[in-house]
Design a protein around this ligand. Structure first.
Ligand code: GUN
Ligand code: ZN
Length: 659
């Protein structure tokens, strides 16, 4: 019913299947008023819409027509339709003239694609008692709705809305309870008041605490979110659907949406975008128009910018540049900047979902970039790497650093015990923003070379690399820090200068390959893979390593785009022999064994378990429950997603061991 096509952080491009067609996500569902609709939203790009079943139910004429002709004919839209249940009316008027069961039954009767139970939207910042009491009703109704749907064999998909106000433990509890029900979609409710009052930081807390307790295999809908300014942030947190009455409500009020905020027509001297409305009319033209025509054109602009933003977001996910877009968008308002900083507190959660390498380079856009998955991941890996006795810290050069570092390295300051330098017992690293210390042996791996940051540093990033250095010098007996770093950063800790030391960084292909393997597959992988008569073939054009053999037997290829190692059959065997279970493994059940051996790709439903550290784009070993090697391939998802999804591909198999 829902399949992931591409990922970036918690964001995903997916496909939601309904009986009225497939919908690409992330997507926006324009709100259709069952009686007052004036805009043909399909014409402006809507693939799916949302309308209100309760408003139809309450109006005798609409109700009759909906039952006779069905919802799709009633609102004249032949794609997928979601219906809401009257919960919003409940939250505004305190009461509705329909029961939970009735609204479920009615939605199925009028052939909605996705129906909603009658949740209780609890406002933010209410008392704990109020939130708990409301939540109890919401959960009871969600359960009743799922049971009723199943008992009646209903065809429609069902929303179960996450509530819990601004109590994060209640959001988590609600997520856990709703997950047990196995609903088809999980909207996150009662966030409109947070957005209207610019409580974006609280929105981040609410969404992250809801999403992290919901299944990954089910789409999530941020209810009532219709301002394009927050789409990128919400998608990065794992939201797949938005709905909006904003396009028409703002238009009625002569306000134009944009990713930079909202523009009042009365203040506009220039039209704000390049959509057909903005190209064709001036603000004066619009102001001179009759109200209805003006409203329709502004609504059209509002839809145009919203859909354009969603296209940009989906492309950013394909490219792997979603966080750059989020950081850019969040500069539109201080409260959004605060929100993206708050998201930094959830960096470990985002890292679990983020692919290991991406098409686009990592661009540092400001201090918020220091909290991205790639940085978090590198620090964790580096802490675990075995360390030599001494460390030499060099200033950044062009990237890859190892390619541009040449000859004698110059003057150093010394930290720690002073002893004779043994270059064979020394790690060489470059100190730079945003990855702190980058070992020269692995510096070609994504994103350690595939990144850029301004050479005029901000205070946060200087502090960041200073802290990084302070932590790492403690792991070594003796650290030599290049004088240029001391000069540039103004670090005063290290006082003794060793002039013109005779230190040269020696390039050694096998040492480098082993370091990359250890970084990629875990400590010991380098020794496991590269034994025997190692023979390295390089690209004539770039000089980069392409293939590595033992004699004539291929062990690995090095992927040009990110310098990760791609296993051959022999490489997979060597890794499997030496790296302990369950490292690098995806474990499949008996039924799928022959398919795996044959080199067929692995589907999620056959996976019994896997190494928790697997991320999308990792090279993995496919084994059975007795740890027999069946095949090897590339992961398409993160470990947490592989374990949970029941459909779709998990591993793109490179080869089965039978062949
Ligand atoms: N529309 C906006 N917020 C909500 C909510 O919390 N619940 C429902 N059912 N609809 C909404
Ligand atoms: Zn426009």
């Amino acid at each position: 019913m829902f399949e992931i096509k591409a990922k970036d952080n918690r964001g995903r491009v997916g496909v939601l299947k309904t009986r009225h067609g497939d919908v690409k996500t992330p997507n926006l569902m324009p709100v259709i008023h069952p009686r007052k609709q004036v805009i043909d939203v399909a014409k402006y790009g809507a693939d799916i819409v949302i309308t209100n079943a309760y408003l139809i139910y309450k109006d005798e004429d609409l109700k009759k027509e909906a039952i006779e002709k069905g919802l799709h004919e009633l609102i004249n839209f032949d794609g997928p339709i979601m219906t809401d249940s009257g919960s919003f009316q409940l939250s505004v008027y305190g009461d509705v003239e329909i029961t939970n069961k009735e609204v479920i039954e009615f939605q199925e009767l009028i052939k909605t694609d996705i129906g909603t139970s009658l949740d209780v939207p609890t406002a933010p910042f209410v008392t704990r008692k109020e939130a708990e009491d409301d939540l109890e009703i919401t959960l009871k109704r969600a359960k009743e709705a799922v049971e009723y749907k199943n008992k009646q064999n209903m065809e429609m998909l069902l929303n179960s809305v996450v509530q819990g106000s601004t109590f994060l433990d209640l959001r988590q509890k609600c997520g856990d309870e709703l997950t047990k029900l196995g609903a088809d979609l999980y909207p996150i409710g009662a966030v409109v008041p947070l957005m209207e009052s610019y409580h974006y930081k609280e929105l981040v807390d609410v969404v992250m605490n809801s999403v992290s307790h919901l299944p990954d295999s089910v789409p999530r809908h941020l209810m009532g979110a219709g301002h394009p300014m927050i789409f990128a942030l919400a998608v990065a947190m794992g939201c797949d659907l938005f709905d909006s009455a904003a396009y028409i409500l703002y238009a009625e009020d002569d306000r134009l949406l944009s990713t930079r905020g909202t523009f009042k027509l009365e203040n506009l001297k220039e039209m704000p975008c390049s959509c057909e409305v903005c190209c064709r009319y001036t603000p004066d033209d619009l102001r001179a128009m009759p109200k209805e025509k003006r409203r329709d054109l502004i609504a059209q602009h509002n839809l145009n910018v919203s859909f354009a933003e969603l296209r940009l977001i989906r492309q950013a996910i394909y490219d792997g540049s979603l966080m750059e877009l989020v950081e850019e968008r969040c500069r539109a308002h201080p409260k959004l900047l605060e929100a993206v900083r708050q998201l930094g507190n959830y960096k470990d959660d985002l890292e679990k979902y983020d692919p290991r390498s991406k098409k686009s380079a990592f661009f540092y856009t400001g201090p918020e970039s220091l909290y991205r998955s790639e940085v978090v991941r590198h620090i964790k890996k580096l802490r675990k790497m075995p360390k030599k006795r001494d460390l030499i810290v060099l200033p950044p050069s062009r990237k890859p650093y190892s390619k541009f570092i040449r000859g004698k390295l110059g003057d150093f300051y010394i930290y720690g015990s002073e002893q004779e330098i043994d270059l064979d017992n020394t790690d060489f690293m470059v100190l730079d923003v945003p990855f702190g210390l980058v070992p020269l042996d692995i510096d070609e791996i994504y994103p350690l070379s595939q990144n850029d940051s301004p050479k005029i540093h901000d205070v946060s990033s200087i502090e960041f690399i200073e802290d990084f250095l302070s932590e790492f010098v403690e792991y070594y007996e003796q650290v030599l820090i290049h004088s240029k770093i001391i000069k540039d950063l103004g670090i005063g800790l290290y006082n003794k200068c060793l002039s013109d030391l005779d230190i040269v960084y020696k390039k050694d292909d096998v040492k480098k390959l082993k370091a990359i393997a250890d970084y990629q597959f875990g400590i010991g992988a380098g020794d496991a893979l590269f034994t025997g008569n190692i023979n390295v073939e390089k690209s004539k054009k770039t000089g980069k390593i392409r293939h590595v053999y033992d004699g004539k037997v291929l062990i690995v290829n090095m992927r040009a785009s990110d310098s990760y190692l791609i296993l051959s059959k022999e490489g997979a065997k060597r890794l499997h022999n030496k790296m302990p279970y369950p490292l690098n493994r995806v474990i499949v059940n008996k039924d799928s064994e022959p398919f795996a051996l044959d080199g067929k790709s692995v589907f999620c439903k056959f996976v019994v378990d896997c190494d928790y550290d697997i991320r999308a784009r990792d090279e993995v070993l496919i084994v059975n429950e007795e740890d027999k090697l069946l095949a090897y391939g590339k992961s398409l998802l993160s470990a947490c997603e592989i374990k949970e999804f029941e459909s779709g591909q998990a591993i793109k198999t490179r080869k089965g061991m039978k062949k």
